[in-house]
Design a binder for this molecule. Structure first.
Ligand code: AMP
Length: 458
């Protein structure tokens, strides 16, 4: 199958040639013809499958067949959970539409940045709008944009949007768009909630399932290291240096931990940058571009911040802490092993994370092999930080299983490696702040099904 067989105009084919794409990815072969026919689509696909071109190309094709001039209404609305993903989709729309004549106008809107420039830009109208739900509703409220001529609605990373508590915003947006429209829903995982949303949203959809659902990519080499808390930082540093990883994306559960890991790596002489919702948009953009260019060796990210980040052929993903949900694990390791490139996903698993590990293994349908950390001295413990001391139970008792005294002497860390999944410890972890879009606390409290920690340091 070639792109020219998919029904795309010569202008779009030229842009694909410029991008160096030779053949359509499986999702593109299936989604593009269905979208061009005007069908609704339900696609199981994560970042890395080429899904963005799968929906942006047919949108560009359809809209360019009926160009509008003057003040244009939004005719295609693409909803995404995060700013980074929105920006990437916006870039794709621009890239693929570059040779169209007349050009279609597109824009990207998300929270965390000033709203006025967005209002000014929207004044002249856009054909294709890529938006995060919260900011879009703000803009509609301020009468900066209308959605009553939307012909195609895309929900990208729909599972993520629901996880982040956007369901109420999505429902509001659904009331603002015309009833007769094309709907395209992309999701990496299919929970009951997603199936319910798909049931209400989609009309006789074409179902596309390019990767087995809820299954980790086959091309990703996955392994775990059983580790005690005081050894985690040292083990991470060891793995990066010992294996000479040129580019690694490290996931933490909280923003606070992302900062701490980053600082630790920097002290060890590794160029590292953190990316999370407490960072300004400029800092996030700078960290991402440094990472992409290779200047930054390790990027430490929370789940939300890393969502949808497209770094081609990212070789290493590390779960410094296991994610809250097994689906998040699939999302995380989906950052590597893309487009047939081999990738490695490594998880550091503490004794009290064994339950989460079991859930993950259940979801991916196989056990993840335990690796041995060649050359790493497991009796080595990193001094506890003031933060960790604060987390200790009252009375100054050290958590069970931490094993080491502050100065690294003590009774020695429990060995947790070499195929041994046993261990103890009762680390408690509160969930991170899910919504990193700098949305008002009022909406945040209302919209999320889960408890949100607004302390700002999680
Ligand atoms: P996505 O899954 O949409 O985030 O795309 C992942 C990456 O694959 C992006 O860097 C795209 O530029 C790239 N890509 C998309 N389609 C193709 C294709 N047909 N051939 C080669 N690369 C592609």
């Amino acid at each position: 199958m070639s792109f020219s067989q998919l029904g795309l105009s010569p202008e779009l084919l030229r842009a694909l040639e410029d991008a160096g794409y030779q053949t359509p990815s499986p999702i593109q072969s299936k989604a593009i013809p269905a979208c061009l026919e005007g069908r609704d689509v339900l696609a199981a696909a994560q970042t890395g499958t080429g899904k963005t071109a799968g929906f942006t190309l047919p949108i560009l094709e359809r809209l360019s067949r009926q160009p509008r001039s003057g003040k244009r209404p939004v005719r295609a609305l693409i909803l995404t959970p995060t700013r980074e993903l929105a920006a990437q989709i916006g870039e794709s729309v621009e890239k693929y539409g570059v040779h169209l004549s007349p050009r279609l106008k597109s824009d990207v809107v998300y929270g965390g940045v000033k709203v006025n420039p967005q209002i000014t830009r929207l004044r002249d109208g856009v054909d294709i709008l890529v938006a995060c739900p919260g900011r879009l509703l703000d803009l509609v409220g301020q009468k900066a944009v209308r959605l009553d001529e939307v012909e195609t609605l895309v929900l990208d990373e729909a599972d993520r949007m629901l996880d982040m508590g956007f369901i109420h915003d999505i429902k509001k947006i659904l009331r603002l768009v015309p009833g007769k429209r094309q709907n395209l829903l992309f999701s990496a995982t299919f929970s009951k909630e997603i199936r319910e949303l798909a049931g209400t949203l989609l009309n006789d959809p074409v179902s596309i399932d390019v990767a087995p659902r809820n299954t980790a990519a086959e091309s990703v080499d996955q392994s775990i290291y059983m580790v005690e808390k005081p050894q985690r930082m040292a083990l991470l540093t060891h793995l990066i240096t010992h294996h000479q990883w040129s580019q690694a994306l490290v996931f933490t559960a909280t923003k606070h931990m992302a900062n701490r890991v980053t600082q630790h790596l920097q002290k060890a002489g590794i160029t590292a940058a953190a990316i999370h919702g407490n960072k300004s948009q400029n800092a996030r953009t700078a960290a991402l571009s440094g990472f992409k260019s290779g200047e930054v060796q390790v990027m430490v990210a929370t789940d939300v911040a890393a969502r949808g980040i497209d770094i081609s052929e990212l070789p290493n993903v590390v779960n410094f802490e296991l994610p809250k949900t097994p689906a998040d694990y699939v999302h995380r390791i989906g950052r590597t092993g893309r487009a047939g490139a081999s990738g490695q996903a490594v998880s550091l698993v503490m004794p009290d994370e064994r339950g989460q590990l079991k859930q993950i293994e259940k979801l991916i349908g196989r056990p993840i092999p335990v690796a041995s950390a060649e050359g790493f001295d497991f009796s080595r413990a990193v001094p506890e930080t003031p933060d960790e001391r604060e987390q200790r139970p009252r009375g100054g008792q050290r958590r069970q299983g931490s094993g080491q005294s502050r100065n690294g002497g003590g009774g020695g860390a429990r060995s947790g490696n070499g195929g041994n999944r046993n261990g103890s410890g009762n680390r408690s972890r509160s969930d991170g702040n899910r919504d990193e879009q700098a949305r008002p606390a009022r909406r945040r409290r209302r919209s999320g099904p889960r408890t949100v920690d607004n302390s700002g340091n999680r």
